[in-house]
Design a protein around this ligand. Structure first.
Ligand code: GLN
Ligand code: ZN
Length: 765
């Protein structure tokens, strides 16, 4: 029996890599210093794994930005627009690499970055490979071999982690018409072979090919490509040992395909899909090793040893322990680094948790325990594990009967407005009295340096709660007055009191806690610290009423209340695994429902519930979509449907292709939805038009992700385009998303132009 993990976090326990990269980018440190930091992190990670007793230690799981971009550079799939950058950066591969990741604006060049998108259903973002019709590949970077050699010098015969060829192609995007990316496989194969050749020469024994697509819905062509590629690779390397890893889903209908690939080992994710184990065991080819992903790489809960040992025993009974590997379910990239650094976490909660470093020990202990050790320390560790698991199951911190009873008594009327949209619209028109093409914004206004520094000072205790509140009130007041002055119709308070749209609510909800250093890489040097939902969620007190009511008291115009929806709070947190996600979501939904009602009682007549993450929660396989959409949409409706007809509910979504889920968006039955639209020149609106979306829509008329100020004319043009597909009486005018990352000067100019665009559109209507 051997232990391994699929990859380890590379940001460093104190975000050393983030800091080193950002300093290098800003010109404060040298390339040598950055490389030194990178090397130290690799060494440290290897050492940590060695000490924890991991047998097959990965290499090439390190990356200065993203592992997919590493592969793109390795196989020389460098888009032509970087040719000139290549000349400028000719003596540093890493500078070219960063230019591809972040764009290049120097030496009279202005070259855009490569596109970035989410890594499956995680919050990690990868750089999307670009493929062209006459795409050529050649071995460009020797990063993989270098890391292997680096590990060898540290005394480790490491297992290089390489994105499998088929998954690499499937992760990319055709940038021209007239070809299929999978057709590039034969051209890419020689580069993979060259890499493997070099690794073999250097003494590599095991190679890990990550093939997450093998656990997703596959086309026939993709299945054929899998067979072709792995047969070719095997022919060339009869002695290298190949482990193909799958994760985030089960093999399901692709199991027979996985079984005919000529592999030495297959890795399956038993956290996400335990059901697949019996089928896999019953059909596994003779002599193949099965790697059991039992330690959750995506979440932060301590492994339940008793349960894992049962699974492991089932496998060893059938295959023998020499044919069994024990592993993390996926790369530990998605876990925070080290629980030991959390010195102020509640000690009860802390004993239920395990971060990347602790997960290494779990993997090792599971091996020892399944080999019937008599080592006292290990047996003690088992007892402690049982105690922690039992403690969590029965803890008073987690279980709140009132919350459970309330969830049980949710009935159909809770997720239905009292009347249909048309009746509500009439009631709302009477109260709200808004013009044609009403103007509004998505919620946040610029979070200036001052606002951030007040919060930092308040958190450190330098600024008193009263002083902090006073400053925020002043800022809110200025913002309200300014919005009135430029003639916006529906105002917002500006969200100055919020650090982040999920964290703000998480901090106030019971059943949710926070770490100090639980950072996880989101993209490049950006890390996030997701809240931990550990128990039954409820709302001890109103969370936003104070600020909305204060803002409303300053003006005769309507101020829109601003909330984050239950699905988005769930999606951007570490979620408890002891009950279905749908139930946790219902609990959050009830808390938001109470907040919505309190806002209504406080006189707020327009309430926006943001759900930007609804689409990213879609299961990876289509077969899971209906179930998810059913409970996700219901949760939104539980949160939004407790109000009177005359109260107008808004929602907001961004980063989305809406086509797939337009039916569900319509079922959400928000009176108004604002969406990100401008970068696609209103094309995203077509999904709504084609579907004959019945309620009101505010398609974003300008892109808030860039400092560029849009002209009135271009926004008028976009509005005209929108009117062609959506009746004018149902259109709103707003930016694409919140303005918190923008500066005031850009914001002022852009919104003034937006208001006059709305006026002009309504004059010429
Ligand atoms: N109300 C939030 C804001 O304006 C919405 C942010 C988002 O959609 N990501 O910042
Ligand atoms: Zn948004």
């Amino acid at each position: 029996m051997q232990t391994h993990i699929l990859g380890y976090p590379r940001i460093g326990s104190n975000r050393e890599l983030k800091k080193a990269c950002e300093q290098y980018w800003s010109g404060k440190t040298s390339l040598q210093e950055l490389l030194e930091t990178g090397r130290n992190i690799c060494q440290q990670n290897w050492k940590t794994q060695q000490e924890a007793g991991i047998d097959l230690i990965p290499c090439n799981d390190f990356s200065y930005y993203d592992q997919v971009l590493d592969m793109t550079l390795t196989v020389g799939a460098i888009p032509k627009r970087y040719n000139e950058v290549m000349l400028k950066t000719s003596n540093s591969e890493l500078d070219l690499y960063f230019a591809m990741a972040r764009g290049y604006q120097k030496d009279d060049l202005d070259i855009t970055a490569m596109e970035m998108t989410k890594w499956f259903d995680t919050n990690y973002h990868y750089i999307v490979p670009e493929f062209y019709k006459n795409q050529e590949f050649k071995l460009f970077s020797s990063k993989i071999v270098n890391e292997f050699v680096g590990a060898k010098q540290a005394g480790i015969n490491a297992k290089p982690v390489i994105i499998g060829l088929v998954s690499y192609l499937l992760l990319g995007k055709e940038k021209e018409e007239g070809f299929d990316k999978l057709d590039l496989a034969p051209k890419l194969l020689p580069v993979y072979i060259e890499i493997l050749q070099e690794l073999q020469t250097q003494g590599a024994e095991w190679i890990q090919f990550d093939e997450p697509f093998l656990a997703l819905d596959l086309s026939e062509k993709a299945k054929e490509t899998y067979q072709f590629i792995y047969n070719e690779i095997r022919k060339k390397f009869p002695k290298l040992k190949f482990i193909v890893t799958t994760y985030f889903e089960g093999l399901k209908d692709n199991l027979s395909l996985a079984n005919i690939l000529p592999l030495d080992a297959l890795h399956i994710d038993l956290v996400r899909c335990e059901e697949q184990l019996d089928d896999v065991l019953n059909t596994l080819p003779k002599n193949r090793i099965l790697s059991l992903g039992v330690v959750d790489g995506r979440n932060i809960w301590k492994n339940d040893f008793e349960k894992s040992l049962q699974l492991i025993k089932k496998v060893t009974d059938k295959l023998g322990s020499e044919k069994t590997f024990i592993a993390s379910s996926c790369s530990l990239l998605h876990s925070p680094c080290d629980l030991d650094l959390e010195i102020s976490l509640d000690t009860d909660i802390k004993q239920w948790l395990s971060f990347a470093k602790q997960k290494l020990t779990e993997v090792s202990l599971l091996k020892e325990l399944s080999e019937n050790t008599s080592d006292e320390n290990i047996l003690n560790a088992y007892e402690e594990n049982k105690k922690a698991i039992a403690n969590r199951k029965s803890s008073a911190l987690i279980h709140h009967n009132d919350v459970k009873l309330r969830v049980d008594s949710i009935n159909e009327t809770d997720s239905r407005r009292k009347n249909s949209f048309l009746i509500r619209k009439e009631a709302q028109e009477k109260v709200l009295n808004l013009p044609l093409f009403p103007t509004t914004t998505i919620g946040s206004f610029p979070q200036t340096k001052e606002v951030r520094s007040w919060r930092a000072q308040f958190k450190k205790g330098i600024l008193s709660s009263e002083d902090y509140k006073y400053l925020l009130k002043e800022e809110t007041q200025k913002t309200i007055q300014w919005q009135e002055k430029i003639g916006l119709d529906v105002l917002v308070h500006g969200e100055y009191e919020r650090n982040d749209m999920v964290e703000y609510f998480g901090e106030q909800l019971a059943g949710v806690t926070f770490t100090k250093k639980g950072w996880v890489q989101s993209y490049g040097s950006r890390c996030v610290k997701p809240p931990i939902i550990y128990g039954d969620v409820h709302r001890p007190h109103p969370m936003t009423v104070y600020w909305s009511q204060y803002a409303q008291s300053l003006t005769d115009k309507w101020v829109k209340g601003m909330l984050t929806g239950p699905v988005t709070i769930l999606q951007w947190s570490f979620v408890r695994d002891d009950q279905p996600r749908s139930i946790t979501c219902q609990q959050i939904a009830l808390a938001i429902r109470d907040e919505v009602r309190d806002l209504e009682n406080a006189g707020i007549r327009i309430i926006q519930i943001d759900e930007p993450a609804i689409r990213e929660g879609l299961p990876l396989r289509k077969s899971g979509w209906n179930d998810y959409l059913k409970w996700a949409i219901e949760a939104f409706k539980i949160s939004s449907c407790g109000v009177n007809d005359a109260t107008q509910i808004h929602t907001h979504m961004c980063y989305s292709e809406f086509n797939d889920i337009i039916q569900s968006i319509a079922e959400m039955d928000a009176d108004v939805i604002t969406i990100e639209c401008s970068r696609s020149q209103m094309e995203l609106l077509n999904a709504f038009a084609d579907f004959k979306y019945p309620n009101e829509i505010g398609p974003g008329v300008y892109d808030i992700h860039s400092p560029r100020v849009p002209s009135k004319e271009e926004m008028v043009e976009l509005l005209q385009k929108a009117q062609k597909v959506i009746p004018a009486s149902r259109l709103w005018v707003n930016p694409d998303c919140g303005l918190k990352t923008r500066h005031w000067d850009e914001t002022e100019k852009a919104l003034i132009a937006m208001v006059s665009a709305s006026k002009e559109a309504s004059l010429s209507y």
